[in-house]
Design a protein around this ligand. Structure first.
Ligand SMILES: C[S@@+](CC[C@H](N)C(=O)[O-])C[C@H]1O[C@@H](n2cnc3c(N)ncnc32)[C@H](O)[C@@H]1O
Length: 208
């Protein structure tokens, strides 16, 4: 049972997220070379596959076995499975080794408020000095604050979620040089085409 994600996996694109591309560009500019990345909430692997294409080793983590299966099917096709490790686990319980990059595209907000700070602490402490975090956090005016994604009928119960103010985001990034912090608030649609008011932060940041 994929807790509502199947429709997302069917609809989500395959292009890597601009935030992971921006982080990779910065690594390449500093000193090109493959490194080790953790992809938290990898989904079907749009970002993991790009990292593999660029020669990185990747540990891809997702709570949904379906996501990992769909990722593995593609990674095998790309012939890069020897550099891919996968883990079916939640952010709250997963352990991962120190990394050069922790990527979490549209994923970390699906953490319960009571565990978010410990997950974030785990994430930041796993980054090597000079390593990067990239991904999205959701803002406090996001529509899902008051109307979580049960409405589409995909979820048996609403997923636990955490939303942040701009001040919260600044606090979370205290140990980082912020390389990109783009706050977006707009009416749009979800990946599956439902109308939604988005409030989110796109982040690329380097640990100092
Ligand atoms: C919106 S999708 C994003 C997938 C992919 N990163 C992308 O950008 O398309 C969120 C993913 O995070 C996973 N996820 C949500 N909550 C999680 C949690 N607490 N622990 C681990 N994975 C989680 C879901 O299973 C899903 O695959």
């Amino acid at each position: 049972m994929s807790q509502g994600w199947t429709r997302y996996y069917d609809a989500a694109g395959v292009d890597p997220r601009p935030t992971v591309l921006a982080a990779l560009e910065r690594f390449d500019r500093e000193s090109p070379g493959a490194r080790f990345a953790v992809d938290l909430g990898c989904g079907t692997g749009r970002d993991t596959l790009e990292l593999l294409r660029r020669g990185w080793r990747v540990l891809a983590i997702d709570s949904q076995a379906e996501a990992i299966e769909r990722l593995r099917a593609q990674a095998d096709l790309d012939g890069a499975s020897d550099r891919l490790e996968t883990l079916t686990a939640s952010f709250e319980t997963a352990n991962w080794p120190d990394a050069d990059l922790v990527n979490a595209s549209f994923a970390l907000p699906f953490t319960a408020p009571e565990t978010f700070d410990s997950v974030w602490q785990r994430l930041t402490s796993s980054l090597r000095l000079g390593g990067r975090f990239c991904g999205q956090l959701f803002g406090e005016r996001d529509e899902w604050v008051s109307s979580p994604p049960t409405a589409s009928g995909d979820w048996s119960s609403p997923p636990a979620m955490t939303f942040h103010s701009r001040a919260d985001v600044d606090r979370l990034l205290g140990d980082f040089d912020v390389e990109q912090l783009e706050e977006i608030e707009e009416d749009g649609t979800t990946a599956v085409g439902d109308p939604k008011h988005w409030h989110l932060f796109h982040v690329v940041a380097r640990k100092h």
